[in-house]
Design a protein around this ligand. Structure first.
Ligand SMILES: C[S@@+](CC[C@H](N)C(=O)[O-])C[C@H]1O[C@@H](n2cnc3c(N)ncnc32)[C@H](O)[C@@H]1O
Length: 160
């Protein structure tokens, strides 16, 4: 994957802001743009979860995500997918229903030259192991309360 220039990253961050996750990019840049931010949550959301829940998550996975396939349900701009890829997952698939969030996620993936992450436009209700494959770990952050039928959403994410 070709390296993305500092100027391009700066331009795309401005064009695509605000981002729901504050993610570290090359050249000391970040996705958080204070002037474009709608709420403080955008700066703290991913960091709070990573600081407090990530150690327990890694422990539950045997100490590391190394070599695991990770599914990031309702990935938004992909902060948790990126973190999983950087922590050694062999493959990460993030999906969401909003094109704008997927554009943000693809930009971040390109800026960080991550080649083991894919972002797709998909409804959790349409998740199908025969099409999308099986995963070792599923992230299900901030989605159940968005679903008309959360039980169906949970069933779709479970092994059959
Ligand atoms: C509160 S955000 C949570 C984003 C991220 N998982 C997090 O915890 O920061 C909810 C996300 O769910 C997505 N979403 C809503 N309904 C969905 C559905 N039926 N299938 C997949 N994604 C959905 C929205 O586009 C949005 O990105």
């Amino acid at each position: 994957m070709q390296e993305v220039s500092r100027a391009k990253i700066e331009r795309r961050v401005r064009e695509l802001a605000p981002f729901h996750h504050d993610i570290e990019l090359p050249f000391g840049l970040r996705t958080h743009v204070p002037e474009a931010s709608r709420q403080e949550r955008e700066r703290t959301r991913i960091n709070t979860l990573i600081d407090h829940a990530w150690p327990a998550l890694l422990e539950a996975c045997g100490g590391s995500l190394k070599g695991l396939r990770v599914l990031d349900v309702a990935c938004n701009c992909g902060g948790f997918s990126v973190k999983a890829a950087q922590d050694g997952a062999s493959y990460v698939m993030g999906f969401d229903v909003e094109d704008h969030y997927l554009k943000q996620a693809d930009f971040i993936k390109e800026a960080l030259s991550l080649n083991n992450v894919e972002f797709k436009r998909l409804r959790v209700e349409d998740l199908d192991p025969n099409i999308h494959g099986m995963f070792d770990v599923t992230f299900c952050f901030g989605i159940l309360y968005h679903l008309e039928n959360p039980t169906l959403g949970l069933q779709k994410k479970s092994r059959r």
